[in-house]
Design a protein around this ligand. Structure first.
Ligand SMILES: NC(=O)c1ccc[n+]([C@@H]2O[C@H](COP(=O)([O-])OP(=O)(O)OC[C@H]3O[C@@H](n4cnc5c(N)ncnc54)[C@H](OP(=O)(O)O)[C@@H]3O)[C@@H](O)[C@H]2O)c1
Length: 424
């Protein structure tokens, strides 16, 4: 099994690479990017002969196709606006592909490559990280337990639990994506139709388990909305994605956006054309890092409101990920970087039957997928364990089917002995 990771020394790949190297049957892991010395350094840090550095620029499609032909699957962990050309290159090379999401618009463009991927006999899984990714799988799985679905809420938050330094600005993932999340209109589903609302509208306070607590979140452009209304079906009328960043971080990014420092419009500075987006992102990427990396706990929550056997029912699924002590990365890196490793292995082993361009909720059989997360030291728990969760040493992502709530007045509407809906 030979897997190439484009963006292989980037933030999310810090868990993809070690996860692949600790999985059975993996012969070679390619760590690819434009900077050969960074690729070599990260490959060497793995202390494993199977980790190989690869120097490639994904914008050079002929070179990329040549390189991809040497691998069984490519994980695209670069910046999301390269998704379309990299998907096209994977199809041309005849290998499987997965990525970490296309911020809605790129995802729609990629879905148009479906028949080309089918003709090539390959599978391209779009957005298999935490969210999009595990979130989509939880959502589709929950929907199979309901007769109809009225509303789906997708929520994401987290909190730093160790490391960091006061005054150091540390984006949790690619600042380019965060700039776009803070500036592009966000798709939301209302009355069964997608409409767009301004980024950072829709203020919502919600409570997560400690140490996250009560947070403020906003509508954000995300690719779950590009596929889940259709794949969930069952008459779903309402769906939205809300992310809650720490207030100080949110204010800083919002200010940069408001000042035009994250704009993709070209400006001429002393005769040179530049895009503030590129300049500010590069400056932020080069900022000094804290001596101890910021490690977070990361949570994705998917709430489905609908009906089962004539009774109103709300299902809430929650994926909680703590830092990985051995890999020295936070929960947000573990829950984003491990799913593409699982995806690549399933694709190569033939465990994903679909061909073409598909979202994770179609590609993955949910229970084996959750079990695969379990097999990596994570736990699947049901309601009683939910708030009692303790940080366990070593590792962990936990997926909880937290509550099977019945809305309204259950004592009047439920049958005497109601069978609980099993979480998985
Ligand atoms: N689904 C989810 O849950 C989720 C969560 C977080 C992030 N994401 C997405 O994951 C992606 C990666 O995020 P990240 O935080 O890991 O970003 P990152 O740290 O900036 O890493 C991206 C890597 O891509 C490489 N790259 C950029 N342009 C390239 C090119 N033309 N050819 C080859 N390599 C190139 C960069 O290296 P060089 O510049 O040296 O080439 C960099 O190492 C982003 O698109 C982000 O939006 C998804």
């Amino acid at each position: 099994m030979k897997v190439l990771i484009l963006g292989g020394y980037g933030a999310m790949a810090q868990s993809t690479v070690p996860d692949l190297l600790s999985s059975p049957g993996v012969e070679r892991v390619g760590i690819a990017g434009r900077n050969a010395s960074k690729a070599e350094a990260f490959a060497a840090s793995q202390r494993d002969d199977r980790a190989t550095s690869v120097s490639v620029d994904a914008r050079d499609s002929a070179d990329l196709v040549r390189e991809l032909k040497r691998w069984d699957c490519v994980i695209n962990s670069t910046w999301y606006d390269l998704n379309v050309p990299i998907t096209e290159a994977a199809i041309a090379a005849g290998i499987h592909y997965c990525d970490l999401g296309g911020l809605y618009h790129q995802t729609l463009r990629q879905l148009k490559l479906d028949s080309r991927a089918k003709d090539a006999g390959v599978t391209c899984i779009l957005g298999i990280g935490s969210t999009p990714g595990t979130m989509n799988v939880m959502g589709r799985h929950g929907a199979t337990k309901l007769d109809n679905v009225r509303k789906v809420q997708l929520r994401s938050s987290g909190a730093v639990v160790s490391g960091g330094e006061p005054g150091k600005f540390v984006p949790p993932y690619a600042i380019r994506t965060i700039f776009d999340e803070f500036s592009l209109d966000a798709p939301i589903l209302r009355k069964g139709k997608i409409r767009f609302v301004p980024a950072l509208s829709g203020l919502e306070r919600s409570e997560f388990m400690p140490p996250v607590g009560v947070v403020e979140g906003y509508y954000t452009i995300h690719s779950e909305l590009a596929t889940m209304p259709k794949t969930i079906g069952k008459g779903v009328q309402e769906m939205d994605f809300i992310v809650a960043f720490p207030p100080e971080f949110r204010e800083t990014v919002a200010t940069l956006v408001r000042l035009g420092l994250a704009s993709r419009e070209e400006s001429t500075v002393e005769g040179t054309k530049v895009r503030p987006y590129d300049v500010t992102s590069s400056v932020i990427d080069a900022l000094p890092k804290p001596k101890q990396p910021e490690l977070d706990v990361d949570i994705q929550r998917c709430v489905l409101v609908g009906e089962k056997d004539g009774n109103p029912m709300t299902l809430r699924y929650e994926a909680v990920t703590w830092p990985h002590e051995k890999w020295k990365v936070g929960g947000g890196v573990v829950d984003t970087g491990v799913p593409p490793s699982i995806a690549a292995q399933w694709l190569i082993r033939g465990k994903v039957k679909e061909r073409g361009v598909v979202p994770p909720e179609i590609a993955f059989d949910p229970v084996p997928y959750f079990q695969e997360l379990n097999a990596r030291g994570r736990k699947i728990a049901t309601a009683p364990d939910f708030w009692a969760t303790k940080r366990r040493s070593g590792f962990g992502q936990s997926i909880y089917c937290a509550f099977t709530l019945v809305e309204g007045r259950p004592q009047m509407r439920l049958p005497q002995k109601r069978k609980p809906v099993p979480p998985f």
